[in-house]
Structure formats: structure tokens, C-alpha cells
Design a protein around this ligand. Structure first.
Ligand code: GLY
Length: 361
């Protein structure tokens, strides 16, 4: 199941405070691919590694004159519509009750407006619903049943998003649960007993998501930037759980004076570090996109303190990937651990390249 293979997994192991301190002080050096991105100038669309079709579509639309906000939302719709991709939209993996709940946000640089939906059920294109919130309301975020009614009122079609394939994966998880879930007992809150860590290690938790950002940077000063993040969120989540993707400043953020940023992976870690906002602010202060992503990856690692979230070396036992697009077309990405990738489309075509990992394998 390739779509699961390329996602972030919750890993487990024993803990050691000394090893933790040592591991935290040894990030890997930035690799060559992001530095190449930092040097790029001109129109550009960037996405998480599952978004090559999205960047192709969005880049073509931007070159044809579309507003980048419409382009990136149309781009990710290709992935939302694909039932074979279990990370978003139709075919996304469900919550612990077998219900697919989608989160998405979108932000338009020129107006500094944002729209988002969370815990949306029964409508596959959460990013388009978020864009409708942006364009048709004075609000930033609509959730749950209200989000669904809002979408239906604008003509979005209601359907069952749980495909037979996703149902099979969910049923396999449900048949093997017990301690393999997101509920914590008193003795599991901080000390991470071996029993819980071993249990979580034996099953896949996924945070599949697509982020996409675009700039029409023909002229750096006049460039407009927009971005979107859309997801079915953490698989097997507690119903109603909302991740970072619809949180403006966490899983997605745009400032038209600077650029855009987004994240995939463990949303809780991105929310408590205001990931997207932090990356944009670091770029504003002079860091390149890849430097800013790596700095926020470091910040997330340094602030992961619960033992149940650390591996034997004291590193986070989850992955987060971070993406940044500066308004002039420079781009970069970083992840906590190897495995993260980004898709990029420029005038030279599209490709998927690795994010720079903070920690070596
Ligand atoms: N980053 C996606 C989520 O945590 O829901």
C-alpha cells in the first residue's frame, strides 16, 4: 500500500535522558537540493511530495493568468478527487468511528484573507469549501455540521467519502486496537510506559496531508502569493479532533510581503509551535526558505518534551515536514526525519525532491 508507505508513522522505543540530550544537539547539515531552491527566482508552485500533479496544474493556471489562490485550490483538488490517495478528500482514512472528517485552509496574499473548514463530513473538496468561506463570508473558520450545511448551500455534493479500501484499513485497525489509540490513562500521560509505546509501535498512525503554495513572481516586488492545506487528518483520530491544516498560522500561512509556508505530519506539534507563522516570520527576518524550515524543525524537536513522544535517542518519534515559498520564487523544505519530500514546478518543469532532514536516519 504505497500511499501508506510514504507517510509519517508513530514509532516507539525505550527512553534515555542522556542519549536524548546528545541526539538533540546533532542535526544533519542542509543538503544541496534545498539550497538550489533557495536560489530560484520567478513563478513557482511548491507542494508536499504527494502534490506533483497539483503543482503542474497550479503552475499552468498561474502562467495562464489565474490568481494563485484559485490555482493552488484547483491543484490540490486533483488529489482530493483521487480515491487511491488515502491522505485527503475522497478515500481519506477515517476517524476511530469510521467517519472521514476533513480539514482545510486557504489564504490569499493580496487581501490577507483566509478561509478554513474543520471536521467537515460528506464533501470531498474541503479546500474548495475553505475558499468559499474566504470569498463568501466574513469568517475565517467554519466547523462540523455547520461546515457541511454551508458547503451544501453552495452546491457542493454530499457523498460517502469512505471507500471500500479505506474501510478495510480502518477495520483492520479497529480489530487490533485496545491501547493502540489516542486516549491516555494517568500512567500514559508523560512517562510513556513500555506497554503503550510498544502498542503504538505495532500499528500505523498516518497524518497524510497536501500543502500547496504558489507565487506569480514575474517581478518580485509585484508578486502575489497564496497557499492551501487540505487533509483527512490523523487516521483513527478521536471524532472532532482538528489538526494543524485548518489552523491559520499552523499548517498554512501567507504574508504577501514575505511568502507562504505550510506543514504536513503530526499536526499537534505544528499547532503548539505556530509552524507556518514561524517560518514566514523567520523568512521576514532574512532566513532563506530552507533555513527557516530547518529552524522550525529544530524548534519543534526542542519543544517535544513528553517522553511518550520521544524515541530511544530522545528525538521526536513522529515526523513533520515543513515547506516554504518566498514571494520571489525561492523555495525550500525540511523535515524532522528522512522521508519528507516536496514537489515543485518552475519554468523548468516539475519534480519531487527530498526535504532536508533535521536528524539523520
Ligand atoms: N497535519 C495533518 C494533521 O495532523 O491532521
Amino acid at each position: 500500500m504505497t500511499h501508506l508507505d510514504r507517510r509519517s508513522f508513530v514509532l516507539a522505543a525505550g527512553a534515555s535522558a542522556l542519549a536524548a540530550a546528545a541526539a538533540r544537539s546533532q542535526p544533519t547539515a542542509p543538503g544541496p537540493a534545498p539550497a538550489e531552491g533557495d536560489a530560484h527566482r520567478g513563478p513557482c508552485v511548491l507542494a508536499s511530495g504527494n502534490g506533483q500533479r497539483a503543482v503542474d496544474k497550479a503552475f499552468a493556471m498561474i502562467r495562464a493568468g489565474s490568481d494563485p489562490v484559485d490555482a493552488v485550490v484547483e491543484g490540490v483538488a486533483i488529489v482530493e478527487d483521487d480515491p487511491a490517495d488515502m491522505s485527503v478528500g475522497l478515500g481519506g482514512l477515517p476517524n476511530e468511528e469510521g467517519v472521514v472528517q476533513l480539514d482545510a485552509s486557504v489564504m490569499h496574499g493580496p487581501t490577507h484573507k483566509a478561509g478554513a473548514v474543520a471536521a467537515l463530513e460528506g464533501v470531498r473538496n474541503a479546500a474548495k469549501v475553505a475558499l468559499t468561506v474566504l470569498k463568501r463570508t466574513d469568517h475565517c473558520l467554519i466547523v462540523g455540521a455547520g461546515a457541511k450545511r454551508f458547503a451544501l448551500s453552495y452546491g457542493f455534493v454530499e457523498e460517502n467519502l469512505l471507500t471500500p479500501e479505506a474501510r478495510e484499513v480502518w477495520l483492520r485497525w479497529r480489530a487490533n486496537r485496545s491501547t493502540q489509540d489516542d486516549w491516555l490513562n494517568d500512567d500514559e500521560m508523560d512517562f510513556a510506559p513500555e506497554r503503550q509505546r510498544q502498542a503504538r509501535a505495532s500499528i500505523e498512525f498516518t497524518y497524510g496531508t497536501i500543502h500547496c503554495a504558489g507565487t506569480n513572481a514575474a517581478d518580485g516586488a509585484a508578486a502575489n502569493v497564496s497557499a492551501v492545506t487540505t487533509t483527512s487528518g490523523l487516521s483513527w483520530k478521536i471524532p472532532g479532533r482538528v489538526g494543524d491544516s485548518p489552523i491559520i498560522g499552523a499548517g498554512m500561512y501567507v504574508d504577501n510581503d514575505v511568502g507562504a509556508a505550510g506543514a504536513t505530519g503530526r499536526g499537534e506539534a505544528v499547532i503548539v509551535n505556530c509552524g507556518g507563522f514561524a517560518i514566514v516570520e523567520l523568512m521576514r527576518s532574512g532566513m532563506t526558505p530552507s533555513q527557516a524550515c530547518l529552524a522550525v524543525a529544530r524548534r519543534i524537536a526542542d519543544r517535544t518534551r513528553e517522553k511518550r513522544l520521544l524515541d530511544a535517542s530522545g528525538r521526536p518519534n513522529f515526523n513533520v515536514s515543513l515547506y516554504a515559498l518566498r514571494k520571489d520564487g525561492a523555495y525550500g523544505g525540511a523535515s524532522l526525519h528522512p522521508g519528507g519530500s516536496l514537489a515543485v514546478c518552475t519554468a523548468h518543469g516539475s519534480r519531487v525532491i527530498p526535504c532536508t532532514p533535521l536528524f539523520s536516519a
